[in-house]
Design a binder for this molecule. Sequence first.
Ligand code: SF4
Length: 345
Amino acid sequence: MPENQMYLKMKALLRNVVPDVELRYKAGLAEQINVLKAEKNAVILGHNYMEPALYHSIPDFVGDSLYLARMAAKTEKDIIVFCGVKFMAETAKILNPTKTVLLPAAKAGCSLAESITAEDVRNLRKRFPGVPVVTYVNTYADVKAESDVCCTSGNAVAVVESLKSDTIIFLPDEYLAGNIARETGKHIIFPTLGAKGLEFDTSLDYQMVGWRGRCEVHEKFTVADIRSVREQFPDVVILSHPECSPEVVAASDFSGSTTAMIRYVEQSNAPHFLLLTECAMGDNIIAANPEKPMLRLCSVRCPHMNQITLEDTLKSLQLNQYVIEVPEPVRLRALKAVERMIAIS
Ligand code: SF4
């Protein structure tokens, strides 16, 4: 697509979201990326949290981590460029070992993925022998390799229910686990730090064992935020991601994965919507649905997702960086957990 055409395409969607001076600059970058993408036989996957100019210009597929994992599994291109964070790019590599998987920014991590190690999972298995381990997809490959099955926020309930087990270990997101426990009617216990290290009070009635990882974005939303917004906009419909605390989810009108939130907004006619998730998603919804009155709390941003820029994506294709590798023995074990997750979608 000639540069001017890219600019016009982006302007049609983004004229009320991105100022013209920035649109012209970013359309130039997007055009260069798309030329290189074709030359190198690459596919670009873009998470729903990408900034609007990137989200609406270069990805071949956009969506949540479950959808993007499915697209990564299906692609026949030689290179997968993942505009998301490292655990997502690793999942693409787990599913597609013969492809080159590139992550445009080396530091695009995740507080949830950092919260647990493979050794932590092995210790939990020793503490709770025979109890199946469900791991949120927001973890690194070596943690997935220690798990029975992965899940995303979109299919976590289905995964938990599919196991038909009296007790499960659900890692590492404390809040997602709490929300799943509430939805499935299970009781959950979490570790506390005692004299001998991490301790679990197994004298309680419990069917789930959790961990204390949190998303550094979603943990910041509070019930006080919700009350304040409802006071100012009494007719607002509030949507929260299940990585928010159970109290925030309970005080919201709807909770679901990023894809479920987008669908909800598209299919509803509220006078105002407030999304409790990474702010860029609100911009992306407005771009595609300019008539939707969206409120956002943009002081809460994901520093990892925001590492991914058009400039770095161009460099990624030019310099073949940053290549994601997963050691083969780890990949083979992680693959089983990821494939099970995809099958339960
Ligand atoms: S939004 Fe939260 S869960 Fe998603 S990448 Fe950022 S820190 Fe991780």
